[in-house]
Design a protein. Structure first.
Length: 94
């Protein structure tokens, strides 16, 4: 809006121009933080994700090492799954 065209831009006010973007909320605290992520159904993945709890309370410059470790574990798990033979017909792959 401006003095010359007072209504210019008024139609856009209050609109979300990026609906696909989400804003992260505050990190969990108390019981929510202690519970960690929900179970995935694969104990190896759950164990790798549990390592993310080590980030809480650490300085940001130490986060990279933890994140790289977890990423490596998850990448290894995915590699193993990719190499595994296909399950027989009628069985779900978990």
């Amino acid at each position: 809006m401006n003095d010359k065209h007072p209504d210019q831009g008024a139609q856009d006010q209050g609109q979300n121009h990026y609906p696909e973007r989400t804003v992260a909320g505050a990190p969990p605290t108390g019981d929510d933080a202690a519970s960690g992520p929900p179970p995935t159904g694969d104990q190896r993945v759950d164990d790798a994700l549990a390592a993310l709890s080590r980030l809480h309370g650490r300085p940001a410059d130490e986060h990279v090492a933890v994140l790289e470790e977890v990423h490596g574990q998850l990448r290894d798990i995915l590699g193993e799954l990719a190499e595994a033979p296909e399950p027989p017909e009628g069985h779900e792959h978990r």
